[in-house]
Design a protein around this ligand. Sequence first.
Ligand SMILES: Nc1ncnc2c1ncn2[C@@H]1O[C@H](COP(=O)(O)OP(=O)(O)O)[C@@H](O)[C@H]1O
Ligand SMILES: [Mg+2]
Length: 211
Amino acid sequence: MTDKNHNFLLKQKIRKHARLQRLSLTMTQQDEAAKRVANIIGQDKRIKEANNFAIFISFDGEINTNYLINMLWNKNKKVYLPALHPLKNRPLLFINYTPTTSLVVNRLNLYEPPLDFKKVLSLEQIDILFIPLVAFDYYGNRLGMGGGFYDRTLQQYNNKLSCFIIGLAHDCQYYTTISLPIDRWDVPLPEIITPSFHFNWNQSFYNKKQN
Ligand SMILES: Nc1ncnc2c1ncn2[C@@H]1O[C@H](COP(=O)(O)OP(=O)(O)O)[C@@H](O)[C@H]1O
Ligand SMILES: [Mg+2]
């Protein structure tokens, strides 16, 4: 078996395991986890100065971002959601999301704001980018749902983004005993917040503009 196939199968196996883990959390556990993560972020000093937040609508047992989104709206922050580009395999678009936006279902069955190029913000204008994930390890390696969308989105900036990039996850998505299989296109996360952990690897590596 080639390395590529080996990684592909291993990633699929870990995805399946991690997705089952987070889907088996009870509603109470889900709710507690969501509140804790929203509280941690609400107390983060960086929130005050930031205006534009890219976030995601949770599905498949992902940590619920509703508290976080409402908190940001209450603080008069601008919230953006990822949307699929009409052309396949292009980086994600980030579209403004307000309490009056009616979301639509995209081809991956995920909710996104209707495409309106006037409401699209370049990732370079985003101050804090929250990223969903299926699994992560001690080094910040990230496993997504398997579409490689965030890898492609981050790769186009070649580590020159000035925003803070923060993965959000449940504790059970942390793989403590193994390092995750990675491919050459995988972009690791510089920071991850879970209800119990706050990992910070090296944001300055990403935030070269600020150096
Ligand atoms: N920067 C990129 N350039 C080309 N293809 C990419 C890039 N990033 C990801 N891909 C493609 O996306 C697919 C899924 O990537 P993978 O890292 O396994 O998914 P995920 O990051 O969602 O866990 C891969 O088969 C790969 O070919
Ligand atoms: Mg990847």
